[in-house]
Design a protein around this ligand. Sequence first.
Ligand code: C2E
Ligand code: MG
Ligand code: MG
Length: 243
Amino acid sequence: NQLLLHFQPKVDMASGRIIGAEALVRWQHPEKGLLYPGDFIPLAEECGLIVPMGHHIFSLACQQMRSWREQGVMPERLPIAVNLSALSFNEEGLIEQLIRCAEAHALPLDSICLELTETSLMQQIESTTQRLENLRIAGFRLALDDFGTGYSSLSYLKRFPIDQIKIDRSFVQDIITDPQDVAIVETIITLARKLGLEVVAEGVETVEQANLLNSMGCGTAQGYYFARPMPAAQLTLLLTAQK
Ligand code: C2E
Ligand code: MG
Ligand code: MG
């Protein structure tokens, strides 16, 4: 029981309102202190432990969502996103397990967003499309994480039934000074809008980045400029204030 979740708001830049949050795992180690996913997720993936860990994380997220709902601080349509690793995504029986867990916590499935990276979807395109469709039909929302860093195949944007694209932080980082990043980000935003997908900029750290992204038509952002990942209790305060 040393794993815990922090939550980072997804913010509507025009209004400043929190319109979602992403659950990010941390390991409260008895000797080493608070460890970040970069310190243990790659190892968990390598040894396969990420699969049971993924279920535990999903269950922690569901418990927290249920508690927010019971406290009445969680607006109806405020989805919480959970990251899913490639191994979890390809696990036999995944969908049934996720549905069972969400239902056990009385959560509507459209209040849960699953974040998947491009690389985890590129393994077997046929079965991936089917799995994504099954998740979508079940009611989950789907986000494509770290967009632009993997294969970024345009054909799967058409094939995969996703709701949201998250522009990777590496493109946002130098957007003020690098015209190439501007070109890439602008193109992703246009593409997303024309395909009818939501687009979220990751890793927004300054007001200049936020303004530029907003002027480019990216309405939603996540990043230290708006809020760092925080313990659930802290997000409770923000959600209460917003209400
Ligand atoms: P991600 O899903 O792309 O999450 C965003 C990462 O960027 C988080 O790092 C977040 O703290 C960080 N971040 C957010 N805003 C800013 C910013 O303005 N500046 C900078 N420099 N960083 C920012 P974190 O929490 O260390 O997570 C890293 C990665 O680990 C995540 O990337 C995700 O791929 C993975 N991860 C996190 N939690 C889970 C989980 O529960 N399950 C799985 N399978 N993977 C997870
Ligand atoms: Mg993510
Ligand atoms: Mg990301």
